[in-house]
Design a protein around this ligand. Structure first.
Ligand SMILES: Cc1ncc(COP(=O)(O)O)c(C=O)c1O
Length: 402
């Protein structure tokens, strides 16, 4: 059995110029935008009290994004807000004026018309972009990497987007979408990762994800937790992780929680950077085969990496069984705890927390992280059963057991 590998953060700090992307004000603007959608509701924060007791921590809270806008994943928060910011910029207006009501009005159609939003996706991000474009009467073109499943393809196609599965990996699909957007009139790429020179839109996407962290911090307070002591968050390119880490670092500047970043071992580019320890980004290439489709990204978001190298505490490289185990634990909770339907990219945090607390291989890690009866741990289940067949294979039939 492959073990979880880990590296603490001993990288030199940068000037931290991207942290402000995740300021409270910026996240509030995103949150206000999302609240005006008729489909908006706060997603549940599952309080796994009995499980926390059993594994020896003071609290375990899992934000359940399977309820987000009926889309089974958090991703739509980013794409939709970036679209609103882009349209606001084109119209030279403030994003606060881009309400759902205005964006779906005849007046808006006259004032703006439409743009074509291009993107590359493993599934969830593209579905979010396609959904938001459809709702806001815009156009979407979505490219998926080889190996993408039919369910994920169909979910995007039914939002009236033009969607293809390419013979390319994720990172090459991003390059394809970018070049097509450049060649299209009113074409723009809404990509959930940043690179040198492409930073504005991804920073809006990260702010959009902030709605989830903002809700979670309020829900923790309602549960009597003033501040989580530890936050486990998963990473593909690291936009989500940096969004979470950035938001909570700004919220608790003097006393931030410990941040633990969980990656799929087949695509652990951030972990690789932490092991190297110089602060330089590292890339993982190849097919990136993992059940955690949303985490199968080998090239870090440049802004995200900068936030993480300054503020993350520990990087984990997780074999597939960690996430499969997390899925089963969340699906089959300890008596008294609520059930969470969590997919392959959603459950790795919980699988990691459980494993670190119960397996003697990780004694040193749990002591180093200070995980004990005083800990209040927050995890993000970022998707539900977005691939229902695979979900049952794992949860019902026990595939990817340890
Ligand atoms: C369900 C899910 N969780 C987590 C992630 C990781 O987000 P990021 O690529 O920003 O690190 C993704 C990305 O697609 C995802 O779909």
């Amino acid at each position: 059995m492959e073990l979880i590998k880990w590296s603490d953060n001993h990288m030199p700090r940068s000037d931290d110029r991207w942290l402000n992307v995740m300021s409270k004000e910026n996240v509030e603007a995103a949150s206000d935008f999302h609240k005006c959608f008729p489909q908006y509701s706060v997603t549940p924060l599952a309080n796994l009290k009995e499980l926390a007791d059993e594994i020896g921590i003071g609290g375990l809270y899992v934000k359940d994004e399977s309820y987000r806008f009926g889309l089974n994943a958090f991703k739509v928060l980013g794409g939709s807000f970036a679209m609103a910011k882009y349209i606001a910029g084109e119209m030279k207006r403030d994003v606060s004026e881009m309400t759902y009501e205005y964006l779906t009005s005849l007046e808006f159609e006259k004032d703006f018309g439409y743009a074509t939003f291009f993107t590359a996706t493993d599934g969830n991000h593209g579905r979010g972009v396609a959904w938001a474009a459809n709702k806001l009467h815009q156009k979407a073109v979505v490219h998926m990497p080889k190996g993408s499943t039919k369910t994920r393809f169909d979910n995007i196609a039914k939002e009236n987007a033009k969607v293809t599965i390419e013979e390319l990996n994720y990172d090459d699909c991003v390059r394809l979408a970018a070049s097509e957007a450049r060649e299209t009139e009113h074409g723009v790429i809404i990509q959930d990762t940043a690179w040198e020179g492409y930073e504005e839109i991804p920073s809006w996407i990260m702010q959009g994800y902030g709605t989830m962290s903002r809700e979670a911090s309020e829900q923790l307070k309602e549960n009597g937790v003033d501040r989580p002591t530890h936050i486990f968050v998963q990473a593909g390119v690291g936009s989500l992780a940096a969004s979470v880490v950035g938001y909570f670092s700004n919220l608790y500047p003097d006393d931030p929680p410990k941040f633990i970043i969980c990656e799929a071992d087949a695509a652990a580019c951030l972990y690789k950077g932490a092991v190297l320890g110089t602060g330089e980004e590292q890339i993982v290439t190849g097919d990136l085969q993992t059940i955690m489709a949303g985490l199968a990204c080998g090239e870090p978001n440049t802004i995200g990496w900068d936030i993480l190298r300054n503020h993350a505490d520990c990087f984990l490289s997780c074999p597939d069984w960690v996430s499969a185990r997390g899925m089963r634990i969340l699906s089959s909770p300890v008596k008294g705890d609520p059930r969470v339907i969590s997919g392959e990219s959603g459950a790795v945090d919980t699988g990691a927390v459980y494993t670190i607390m119960t397996d003697e291989n990780y004694k040193e890690l749990r002591e180093k992280l200070g995980l004990n009866a005083d800990s209040r741990v927050l995890c993000f289940s970022t998707e539900g059963d977005t691939d229902p067949e695979r979900y049952r294979e794992i949860v019902w039939d026990g595939a990817w057991a340890r």
